[in-house]
Design a protein around this ligand. Structure first.
Ligand SMILES: Nc1ncnc2c1ncn2[C@@H]1O[C@H](COP(=O)(O)OP(=O)(O)OP(=O)(O)O)[C@@H](O)[C@H]1O
Ligand SMILES: [Mg+2]
Length: 247
């Protein structure tokens, strides 16, 4: 089992779009995939047309009263299951803080699922919090969507610094550019220069495309309603690249 987290400190960069589309693509290749929606906004849950409600809420999970396995729902897609979000997840930080070994908690919750799934994809809220730290301990790799702007790169450097500080040497960072508009000089320049200092960067880019926004009205992964678009193809290539990197 590989645990991947779609993560960025910044909001609105394509974390959820990536988690949902990559889960769909991975399942199409025959993998068994579980998406865990850790964001109380519940966007991934919405895209999969599942009710954002978890029995016992965040408290049940963190306290150990509920197994993560009991909360799994099937989706409309073969091979993709989901642990939906719950509005109470907005308090996950406080709940974790009250626990011993809070940073290891999520890894512990995921462990019993190791034989059932090839990939677990965590859709993370935009923040740097105790929840994020628990994610960093649970994940083998972070897939980090970056919009090609200066500020976006700055938050990525902060993430790298944090990883070094916390001695998370086993955590692989897989940054890639998302919402790319090649007509913009700044986008082109940043994309060209980034790999010079970041050998870890994935080479696949996700283009800015209104069909990705349509996921909200279709309430489905891109591959399910617009498989023959450039954006859907980009997510397929991105997934192949991620898998080859994981080795
Ligand atoms: N490649 C893309 N092209 C155009 N729009 C996109 C693309 N990727 C995502 N979007 C749109 O941008 C918005 C933010 O995307 P998304 O929800 O995936 O980001 P996020 O990082 O998960 O945001 P949050 O931090 O709020 O969780 C959504 O409305 C989504 O439809
Ligand atoms: Mg999101």
């Amino acid at each position: 089992m590989n645990v991947l987290a779609s993560y960025n400190i910044k909001g609105g960069v394509g974390k959820t779009a990536s988690a949902v589309n990559l889960a769909f693509v991975a399942a199409r290749t025959g993998a068994r995939v579980l998406v865990v929606d850790l964001d109380p906004q519940g966007a991934a849950t919405f895209y999969f047309r599942i009710k954002p409600k978890v029995k016992g809420g965040g408290k049940g999970l963190v306290s150990g009263k509920r197994d993560l396995g009991d909360l799994i729902k099937g989706t409309d897609y073969d091979g993709v299951d989901l642990v939906p979000a719950d509005f109470s997840f907005r308090n996950l930080d406080l709940l974790l803080d009250a626990e011993k070994k809070s940073k290891k908690k999520l890894a512990k919750l995921l462990k019993p699922l190791a034989n059932e799934y090839d990939f677990i994809l965590l859709d993370c809220p935009p923040s740097m919090s105790l929840v994020s730290e628990a994610v960093f301990h649970a994940a083998d790799a972070l897939i980090v969507p970056l919009i090609p702007t200066t500020l976006s790169l700055r938050t990525y450097e902060q993430l790298q610094a944090f990883r070094a500080e916390e001695k998370l040497a086993n955590l692989t960072l897989l940054p890639f550019f998302s919402m790319v508009d090649r007509r913009k000089t700044m986008h082109r320049d940043i994309i060209d220069r980034f790999p010079d200092d970041h050998a870890e960067a994935l080479t696949t880019h996700i283009p800015y495309a209104s069909v990705v926004e349509r996921m909200g009205t279709e309430r489905a992964p891109l591959g399910a309603f617009a498989p023959r678009t450039a954006a859907a193809a980009a997510y397929e290539t991105l997934w192949a690249e991620i898998v080859s990197r994981l080795g």
